[in-house]
Design a protein. Sequence first.
Length: 385
Amino acid sequence: MIYHARHFRTGEAVAVTVEAGRIVACSPSDQRPTLWIAPAFFDPQINGARGISFNAPTLTPLQVQTVVEVCRRHGIGSFCPTLITGSFEALRHGFATLAQAMDEDKRLAQRIAGFHLEGPYLSAEDGPRGAHPKDYIRDPDWDEFRHWQDAAGGRIRMVTLAPERPGALAFIEKLTASGVVAAIGHTAATSAQIRDAVKAGACTSTHLGNGCHATLPRHDNYLWEQLACDDLWASIIPDGHHLPATVVKCITRIKGVQRLLITCDASSLAGMPPGLYHEWGADLEVLPNGKIVVRGTPFLAGSGHFTDTCVANCIRMAGLSLAEAIDLASAQPRRLLNLPPATLEVGAKADFILFEWEPNGELCIHHIVDEFSSFSIAGRGSSET
Ligand SMILES: [Zn+2]
């Protein structure tokens, strides 16, 4: 199969040939394609979609597969299923089911890179806690985590926690020593506690600018501290609801594209129609504009959008090039998790997207291709020969 499209980095027309799941040629094309080609997205934080929550005590391998397919329609070739704060048993079940799904299907094993545990070792304060259920917020417990890591078959690659909780610094040291990325998030830490977390091995901030108090001391606060720390990466959610454009632009300028990544943080309600829902022990509402909130509060409960929307938004909000924004949603999260990059180079496994995009417009996925399949999104034109 040969795909003709404009290379996301150069804008030049290229012909990418795939045989047996690998790219065997990438050469100039004599056609004038309108679609673009780029490595598929990698999102480090997906909580579910279309009413399926990875936290659900009834999660099945088939539901895991459904979420993977929904994500692929948005150009997400691989991601980290993310479990949030819950009971010991709910999280054990979630990780065991995800591991079972990957063990049973080698395609899922390629499309899921590892798991992200966001919680339960977070701040219990309103604001930093976000939509995490207060009853299950607790202090870090390495034995408890080890049980979850065993259930996951060792696939938990990232843990987001609040460093001010008792025992958090030793926990971060253990995570780091075991090769798990320790991320700061949903925190009410002092500036000194942020600095101590970084010394202990924390290397990134999770969705910086969200999971925060509504008001903060203007200078001495955890936002400035994380922004100023050159040893911390950051993820942001540029879905149009979590952060205003000015904040997306400022964080992007401060961190630079080398220490930044995009996540959509898709909620289990992503892709659901507006209405009232009950998830994770909380009453949530999907608003007509796609925003998902804890009912009757301004607190956001994950995103209703996916990575494709976030990439297009980031270009507009932060003035990035297409290539820079794609890197934030593909190469950068892979770098953070120490995974090999997805590339368009000869010899690479097929793992790319073809999409429609105009400067300052939306990004519309037409195809997603990996070593197992070439999936054309229904109703959209073809660029295959
Ligand atoms: Zn969060």
